[in-house]
Design a protein around this ligand. Structure first.
Ligand code: S3P
Length: 167
């Protein structure tokens, strides 16, 4: 085991922080979304559009199962990986779960105009949708987090150092 698993809502900087940790700790970095895109040969929004969200969620579960064999990796997850109970259990089995917490205001600023995210972009009222989604997932992130890091007003290096001190 000894993997570090980064979780958090969209826009919390999971991939960036994972890359930073990988660099400092000299450990391989696995980005779930990126691995799924590679395996499927489709971008995330294309997978959602052509196959639907449930299909995507099952890909996440299958990918997590494959991670059980990994050691000493930094793993960044997609923001919705924690929705399924099975995934939450798998995440805990895979490594130390680090939650990146951003405020709703920061999240909205970072996410609302980014067309990479199919869940948000299909909405007419993005703000309302994001607030509801953010609040509905909060407890699920907290439930599985071993370490919680507030990211507002901190640089990537500061966040990386804080995680390394705590893991
Ligand atoms: C999702 C978050 C995205 C991506 C997909 C679904 C979600 O990842 O997995 O669009 O349900 O929150 P990021 O958290 O990296 O944006």
């Amino acid at each position: 085991m000894n993997n570090i698993v980064i979780v958090g809502f969209m826009g919390a900087g999971k991939s960036t922080i994972a890359r930073r940790l990988g660099k400092v700790l000299k450990q391989p970095v696995l980005d779930m979304d990126r691995e799924i895109v590679k395996a499927e040969g489709m971008e995330i929004n294309e997978i959602f559009a052509k196959k639907g969200e449930e299909y995507f969620r099952n890909l996440e579960t299958n990918y997590l199962i494959s991670l059980k064999e990994k050691e000493n990796c930094i793993i960044s997850t997609g923001g919705g990986t924690i929705i399924k109970e099975e995934n939450r259990r798998l995440l805990k089995e895979i490594g130390v779960v680090v939650l990146l917490q951003a405020s709703l205001a920061t999240t909205y600023k970072r996410v609302a105009n980014n067309d990479r995210r199919p869940l948000v972009n299909s909405q007419t009222n993005k703000k309302k949708y994001l607030i509801n989604l953010f609040n509905s997932r909060k407890d699920l992130y907290n439930e599985i987090a071993d370490i919680k890091i507030r990211i507002n007003h901190k640089t990537v290096n500061m966040i990386g150092d804080e995680i390394i001190k705590k893991v």
